[in-house]
Write a protein of this length. Structure first.
Length: 264
């Protein structure tokens, strides 16, 4: 078998440990893979403001797919290489339909400037001091890289199913949280579709990509890549879809697999 020509890995629950760290062993293996001329691309649902925390591990090529494919970020140049945003008009129509079908839904918006939230949106993570809180119509004064929808009473799967039924697939809905938090991107924007664009630029076929993930937002990427690994503690839908299972993220599963594949 030929060796992979590109590694695509999710971060949270996959490469990053439960305490938010990247182990020394994982760093060493990623560097070793890069030295063989194989780019390691982080493909994450994190917004840019959180993805920056791990950019020093992304490698010399300095590319990361952020916000579930809405943003391709050039780490070395510290600028966007590609933005695939939701128009304000499409976002507002989606939100109105979802809120009518599922009362109690609250929204937040991510763009390059950070997060902006409706007053009722209960964020589980620290919010930057400069973040806006305002009614949705005021927040949607520009395109959004990612729209967040939260419900405090439903579980994640139920919320996803209701959202898909209410909005007819006009935008791309996924989730990667244990709570009922939906992550919404523009139509046909996924980790897979943006990774495919990047690989086309690099001259790498899907068959030559090895990918790692753990949650439903990773499913398109794992289905697209030639070789797909679910983490040992992945969501059941991910385990069912993947070709292989890697050790868990707290056991350096990505690094363990890569060390074996590349003989490091």
């Amino acid at each position: 078998m030929s060796l992979p020509r590109l590694v695509a890995t999710d971060l949270d629950g996959t490469l990053v440990r439960s305490d938010g760290s990247v182990s020394d062993y994982t760093r060493e293996v990623l560097v070793g893979v890069e030295r063989l001329g194989v780019p390691v691309v982080f493909v994450t649902g994190r917004p840019l403001r959180w993805a920056r925390d791990v950019f020093d591990h992304v490698g010399d090529h300095g590319l990361a797919v952020v916000s579930n494919g809405a943003l391709l970020w050039d780490v070395a140049a510290d600028r966007a290489r590609l933005e695939r945003a939701i128009s304000a008009e499409d976002a507002l129509a989606f939100c109105r339909d979802l809120r009518a079908a599922v009362p109690g839904t609250a929204f937040a918006v991510e763009d390059l400037d950070g997060i902006a939230l409706e007053p009722a949106f209960m964020e589980r993570h620290p919010i930057p001091d400069a973040s806006r809180r305002a009614p949705l119509e005021e927040l949607m004064d520009r395109p959004a890289l990612k729209l967040l929808a939260r419900h405090e009473e439903l579980d994640a799967q139920d919320f996803w199913d209701r959202a898909e039924a209410a909005t007819g697939g006009r935008l791309t809905i996924t989730w990667s949280s244990s709570s009922a938090l939906l992550e919404v991107s523009a139509a046909e924007v996924t980790k897979a579709s943006t990774l495919a664009m990047l690989c086309a630029d690099l001259g790498v076929d899907a068959a030559d990509v090895v990918a790692f993930g753990d949650m439903p937002n990773d499913l398109p990427m794992l289905g697209w890549a030639g070789t797909a690994y679910a983490m040992a503690d992945a969501h059941p839908t991910v385990t069912a879809a993947a070709d292989h299972v890697a050790p868990g993220h707290d056991e350096d599963g990505v690094a363990t697999v890569l060390a074996g594949v590349f003989g490091l």
